[in-house]
Design a protein around this ligand. Structure first.
Ligand code: DX5
Ligand code: ZN
Length: 216
């Protein structure tokens, strides 16, 4: 099981310092939330921030693209040093082609579903992806309340993965803390994104709380 702290909740003046700190504190992936102000009602940062963080850490850079037509930016993020690109099925008319493009540039590919989107909408691309990201809040902002109903989709994905002999990881994102992470684990998630919980207080102590909750 992997922890993927989100730098959306970090100090925007010190991304490099915070990336190093998260790695030291046991982060497996660094989750980087890219928002374009169109797909979601918020603008965060772009590929240049990925480029700035890249030399600071060996952690896998798990870039979550909350942008319209993400296929346009695949090459840019690959050149910036991203390891994995997560794109929303709701954000492109050509999810299969977009995921193929990610594989072509040599990155890990991941498909994302919003709380209002069913697993059936990504059924045809499950064989193409390294990861499925199940949103447990509506995307756009950190610090929102976890939506427990989304975990049914995690369980459904575990079943499909087993039945079809697939190997994709299942990531959950939004409202994850040391309580909700337990339900996520029980549903079968493999990768856990947490932003505000990690940065609210002592980063090292909060990462340790999440790790302990996963073991408990
Ligand atoms: C929400 C983002 C999340 C966010 C999580 O749109 O995709 O990754 O940073 O933040 P918390 O953990 O505060 O819900
Ligand atoms: Zn995210």
């Amino acid at each position: 099981m992997k922890l993927a702290p989100s730098i959306l909740a970090a100090d925007f003046g010190h991304f490099e310092r915070d990336a190093k700190r998260l790695e030291q504190a046991g982060a497996d992936y660094l989750h980087i939330d890219i928002m374009d102000g169109h797909f979601v009602d918020n603008i965060s940062f772009g590929a240049d921030v990925v480029k700035a963080i890249r030399p600071a850490t060996k952690c896998l850079l798990d870039c979550h693209l909350m942008v319209e037509n993400p296929e346009k930016y695949v090459t840019t993020f690959a050149q910036a040093g991203a390891d994995s690109l997560s794109i929303h099925v709701e954000a492109t008319r050509h999810i299969h082609a977009a995921l193929q493009k990610i594989k072509e540039v040599g990155l890990r590919s991941s498909v994302v579903i919003n709380p209002g989107t069913d697993v059936s909408s990504i059924r045809q691309v499950l064989g193409l992806v390294d990861m499925v990201l199940v949103m447990t809040v509506n995307p756009g902002f950190g610090g929102q309340t976890f939506i427990p109903e989304c975990l049914k989709k995690v369980a459904e994905l575990v079943e499909i993965r087993t039945a079809e002999g697939l190997t994709f990881e299942i990531e959950v994102d939004g409202g994850v803390d040391d309580q909700t992470i337990v339900a996520c684990r029980q549903a079968g998630a493999d990768v856990f994104v947490a932003g505000s919980f990690v940065f609210n207080g002592n980063v090292e102590a909060n990462m340790a709380k999440l790790r302990a909750a996963l073991k408990g």
